[in-house]
Design a protein around this ligand. Sequence first.
Ligand SMILES: [Zn+2]
Length: 152
Amino acid sequence: MTGRAGAGAGAEAGAGAGVLPVVIPEFTVESRPFWDGLAEGYLRLQRCADCDAVVWYPRGLCPQCGSVSLLWFTASGRGAVYSFTVVRRTAGPYAAVTPYVVAYVELAEGPRVLTNVVDCGPELMHIDQPVECVFDAGDDGRALLRFRPVIS
Ligand SMILES: [Zn+2]
């Protein structure tokens, strides 16, 4: 299966921003629930059972208190652009997809995720732009996490 499935009812925000050709990394014991969630169309994050911190990226220890009691939960898939850049010129495999948007998205649950914002003309991007998850599935059933604007 190839294509995208959003976290909710998305809206077309115009064509333009490139989709980066990123290779999905090898799964680890700590990250497998995250990757499995993406393949199923869910964003799963970890929450510390001892200090309640929401943890990004997937790992075995809480970065706040060192606890190993990290529990998985399904996140909203919503967030807002915290910061971004529009790349218009580069070399290598990314050159073919310029312009593209690289952004820090602040998730509704708190963590900031470095990501690729797609389905948006770069000229429409702005700080605090509401966004939602897009699950980019490849032919092997594995998926990548990206975001697209939510236009109300
Ligand atoms: Zn903790």
